[in-house]
Write a protein that binds this ligand. Structure first.
Ligand code: NAI
Length: 377
């Protein structure tokens, strides 16, 4: 692992997720931008001292020469470091699991995607929400035609935690997220809008033709947007509306997707992830619950506990890790992946996310909210 040291957020979630199915052991790392802190963290986590590295470059050098070298590295650092770190490991022949957004510029995203493709290395991107079983159920239902041709996609990702200027009060996570050099050009849209965009595309299978955006910064002195409204024109005529917000008081992690087709609709809410609501024209909403036997194979492949025992965020993240493990194995063995290893987010998904942010920020900054086409969709 690179990043994810003491006081970091997502690295800990990666560590839980990687371990749930016994497919990964954490054996090496450059856990912190501060080498001494990173070594202390490594020691607390039972990493052999010779495999706790000062930085990612030392880790690449140290690991590439070992017979028992790491198979894959998880990159859990702020956005601006993803590109050089991922590049260095791929060039050393090591597979990569990278946090989103994959890079801070479209140029870097294109280069990284091309590098992953040309080298044949695996590059997974942790779009967490595509790990939820009921998201897979929604996707299977759309693909089966259960709600008919899609007309409208509404997706929102409101959060409360940056509703005040906490970046000036020592909050580590907010500090780099509000720095354009570290976060990239899109504030809320890059941080959480990318999750919402991926979720909507993952469930519906629709590609975006163009976006029209209105970005706002509500907290004084903040350099990036903390609220974004984006209209999306999807291929085939469907219309989308995406809202990302870091200033939505009362919203802890309010990611919600609603998809309306010609014959029905689907609603999924991240805070109640074991349920999916399906409504047919003029019918009563039907609650579809995780764990039941009548669900799609893709859904069942991502379910661990019987119905009634809630699964959540950690399990969803584990499903990504389980999928990455299976995808990496299948690739190495030259066979088709089992269902749990299919449809995991990879470098092209990462590239699409960065292209979306570019198009959104261009629409707002350069075209007064006019329509812009994402360069990759
Ligand atoms: P954080 O600030 O909590 O942690 C970053 C960690 O990286 C710290 O341990 C820091 O010391 C370390 N670090 C920074 N530069 C480094 C370098 N050059 N070498 C080694 N370590 C370095 O950040 P947080 O919130 O955990 O976010 C990290 C990444 O994860 C971001 O890209 C973010 O967008 C993404 N993220 C993804 C989520 C998801 O749902 N998939 C949720 C939260 C964050």
């Amino acid at each position: 692992m690179v990043g994810g040291g003491a006081g970091a957020y997502i690295g800990g979630i990666h560590r839980f997720a990687a371990r749930l199915d016994n497919q990964f052991d954490l054996v090496a790392g450059a856990f912190d931008v501060d080498a001494a802190r990173g070594h202390a963290f490594a020691a607390e986590n039972f990493i052999a001292p010779e495999r706790s590295y000062d930085d990612y470059a030392a880790m690449v050098e140290g690991e590439r020469g070992r017979e028992d070298r790491i198979d894959v590295v998880a990159i859990c650092t702020p956005n601006h470091t993803h590109y050089p770190i991922a590049r260095a490991f791929i060039e050393a022949g090591i597979d990569v699991i990278c946090e989103k957004p994959m890079t801070t510029t479209l140029e870097d995203a294109v280069a990284l995607h091309e590098l992953a493709r040309s080298s044949g290395r695996f590059l997974g991107v942790t779009y967490t929400y595509s790990g939820y079983p009921m998201v897979h159920e929604a996707r299977a239902m759309v693909a089966r035609g259960d709600i008919g041709k899609i007309r409208v996609v509404q997706v929102e990702y409101p959060l409360e935690w940056m509703a005040t200027g906490i970046e000036l009060q020592g909050n580590q996570q907010a500090a780099w997220r509000t720095d354009p050099k570290k976060n990239g050009r899109g504030g809320s849209i890059g941080d959480i809008g990318t999750h919402a965009y991926h979720l909507a595309g993952f469930v519906t299978g629709l590609k975006a033709d163009a976006v029209s955006a209105d970005l706002a910064t509500f907290v004084d002195g903040r350099a990036l947007d903390d609220n974004a409204h984006v209209m999306i024109r999807y291929e085939g005529g469907a219309r989308g509306l995406l809202w990302s917000s870091q200033v939505a008081i009362g919203q802890s992690n309010g990611l919600r997707l609603r998809v309306f087709g010609e014959t029905g609709s689907l609603v999924w809410h991240q805070e109640q992830p074991n349920e999916l609501f399906h409504t047919e024209l003029f019918g009563s909403p039907r609650v579809i619950k995780r764990g039941r036997d009548d669900l799609a194979a893709e859904t069942r492949a991502r379910t661990r506990t019987p119905p009634g025992h809630p699964e959540g965020y950690i399990e969803a993240f584990s499903n990504l890790y389980q999928g990455f493990a299976e995808a990496i194995r299948a690739r190495a063995e030259g066979r088709e992946a089992e269902p749990k290893g299919r449809d995991v987010p990879m470098s092209y998904d990462g590239l699409k996310g960065v292209a979306f942010v570019e198009a959104v920020v261009d629409s707002h900054e350069k075209h007064g909210g006019g329509w812009c086409a994402p360069r990759f969709a």
